[in-house]
Ligand binder design. Structure first.
Ligand code: AMP
Length: 282
């Protein structure tokens, strides 16, 4: 496995990239890797002859009061996991490489960035779309893989790829969960033991909604109330939002007619967790 630390080096190993058997699959990450990330690597390996992973904690997708400095990092462990997984190339760009002095070019995906996470994290998806566009440009992979864990991110990236005619195909990996249902996340490492137990409330709320849907509930407000009530019953959890939205436009629904994306953001202690579930999709 090769590791590359700057874009110049990435260019200088063009030969190495060119030597990678096509098609190349690309998995962008912020590191502190877990089974969710590795599932995307596996997906890429199933479809592609070679796999490239990037590790970059992208400062522009963090708000001023968010956890950029505290974001967990363990590069040696990440490299070992990727090596063991059989990844061909890992790129670890520095912020100076991605955002050179005088940087002023941004990618804004308009409507689909507005609701849900976008409404609570102003500028987040501008940072995500910009860095992903830059990573795509540099790596030049035929396929790139993202997790359904960040459902709105998937929608934003797919829209960007369509709108900018980017020659890359997007693959989406299912949410990988702990045995008790908590969606895997690098941020779970912030949770105390007590908070970790409380954090299962997100999945419990999604499951309660799924059960109600299976029993015939189609009123989106009733589904949202049920999720809210489940979260509010957990003393360590503080709800930021719940949503029952159209899977494609991410607009809030009144009635569920053709499936729905259920999603939420919840603070457990100081840690902000997100989760989602698609119901009723064919
Ligand atoms: P991150 O390092 O948090 O930026 O995540 C990198 C990629 O892994 C993104 O496409 C995420 O959606 C995906 N991912 C993170 N957690 C999970 C999970 N629990 N299951 C599946 N994919 C995930």
């Amino acid at each position: 496995m090769k590791t590359v630390e700057t874009i110049e080096q990435l260019r200088s190993v063009r030969a190495a990239l060119a030597a990678l058997a096509a098609p190349v699959g690309f998995v962008p990450t912020m590191g502190f890797l877990h089974a969710g990330h590795l599932s995307l690597v596996k997906l890429a390996q199933q479809d592609c002859a070679s796999v490239v992973v990037s590790i970059f904690v992208n400062p522009t997708q963090f708000g001023p009061s968010e956890d950029l400095e505290a974001y967990p990092r363990d590069i040696p462990k990440d490299l070992k996991l990727l090596e063991d997984a059989g990844v061909d190339l890992v790129w670890l760009p520095t912020p100076e490489v991605i955002y050179p002095p005088g940087f002023q070019t941004w990618v804004e995906v308009e409507q689909v960035s507005q609701p849900l996470e976008g409404a609570r994290r102003p500028g987040h998806f501008r940072g995500v779309a910009t860095v992903v566009a830059k990573l795509f440009n540099a790596v030049g992979a035929e396929k790139a893989y993202f997790g359904q864990k960040d459902a709105q991110q998937v929608a934003v990236i797919k829209q960007m790829v369509r709108d900018l005619n980017m020659p890359v195909e997007i693959g989406v990996g299912a949410i990988i969960r702990e045995p008790d249902g908590l969606a895997m996340s690098s941020r779970n490492s912030y949770l105390s033991a007590e908070e970790r137990r409380a954090a299962t409330v997100l999945y419990r709320a999604l499951q309660a909604a799924e059960v109600a849907y299976a029993a015939g509930e189609r009123d989106a407000a009733a589904i949202r109330s049920l999720m809210e009530a489940t979260i509010q019953a957990e003393p360590l959890a503080e709800l930021q939002y719940v949503s029952c939205a159209d899977r494609h436009t991410l607009e809030e629904l009144e009635r569920i007619e053709d499936g729905a994306l259920l999603s939420m953001a919840v603070f457990v202690g100081k840690t902000r967790l997100i989760d989602n579930l698609v119901i009723g999709a064919e």
